[in-house]
Design a binder for this molecule. Sequence first.
Ligand SMILES: *Cc1c(COP(=O)(O)O)cnc(C)c1O
Length: 393
Amino acid sequence: MTITRTDRSLQKETIATHLGRPDAALGLVNWPVHRASTVLFDKVGDLEISGRQKFDKGKLYYGRFGTPDIFAFEQVVSALEGAYGTLCVPSGLAACVLPLVAFLKPGDHILVTDAIYEPTRTSLERFIARQGVELEFYDPCIGDGIAELIKENTKVIYLESPGSHTFEIQDVPAIVSCARSRGIITVCDNTWATAMFFRPLEVGADVVVQAATKYISGHSDIMLGLVSCQEQHYKTLREAANWLGYHAAPDNVFLAARGIRTLATRLERHYKTGLALAGWLEKQPQVRRVIHPALPSHPNHGIWKRDFEGASGLFSFVLDASRERAVKFVESLSLFGMGLSWGGYESLAIISDPSHARAVTHWKEDGILIRLHAGLESESDLIADLTGALALI
Ligand SMILES: *Cc1c(COP(=O)(O)O)cnc(C)c1O
């Protein structure tokens, strides 16, 4: 008894465990990895037909266009996001950039949240703007004030909620509805929440991009990006991915497909531990401010509560200390590793400075911003580790 279609009555935990699995007749729980370049055809006519259909969803033609295991994973993601289709791409950053390249042409205007993931910002500034696209940043907390920034040539509005490092929660429904009524395409980076906690397509966004590198893989061992979209954009995006030569490694897709089966359970724990650490930090005298959307003290807590079903394990806090002391703090932690990315089973802590990557908003808090990722370790062990490091300040 295999569920082979998108059954909207199923809960997301069930979708994540049952969809995108091999045909029951095979008897396998999981798809094996299909490594392929050449796909063989018996008849000249079959090869020609396949060539004409190569941009259709789930069509086997040549390795670069995907294989059945990849299509199956894309199906689970689409069902979770409420998307018509999903594309696997080589990294999260590749997912962020694909819709920009696919939709924008010289003379177009794009509005971009000022709290955007910094590499996406760099990509916009270095490559997209160079193609004659007018790039304008907006305050992530602008809400329906976005209407005032929209111009005749506005083609895309780019959202990311919460903001990288600073965790502003955007009023996605308000921004999306301003865009919709004017025929503007909205692209939303949903890496932090994943479909388990927020589904931008359900509130009317056109495209969701995310790094499966983070929570979906969950083990800090792959790079993979996902682009999910409404039906009217699927072909444009799939064609762009192929003409740009994007191809996601099937071994990475296999690990992401394995990760997504346990995503809901892991996220619950990341949420619980992250919130516990955030609440505890808020009471420490060395901490100026904790920035966690699920805390009532967060400036956009109300929007988070309205739109999100949970929070992941990633948040920030401002340490009341000099940079030198903050360096000592992160270096003396033993359970929190120091390194980029997040979403794995392990806890992380890094010093962050958003001030140089802002155009229309400003980061001018006294103290040092620390970004924490709450992993799957014991909460009390993590608090003991933080206690020890804070004692040095
Ligand atoms: C990590 C991240 C990305 C990029 O993902 P990679 O797989 O590292 O390229 C994009 N957006 C956000 C919000 C991220 O945190």
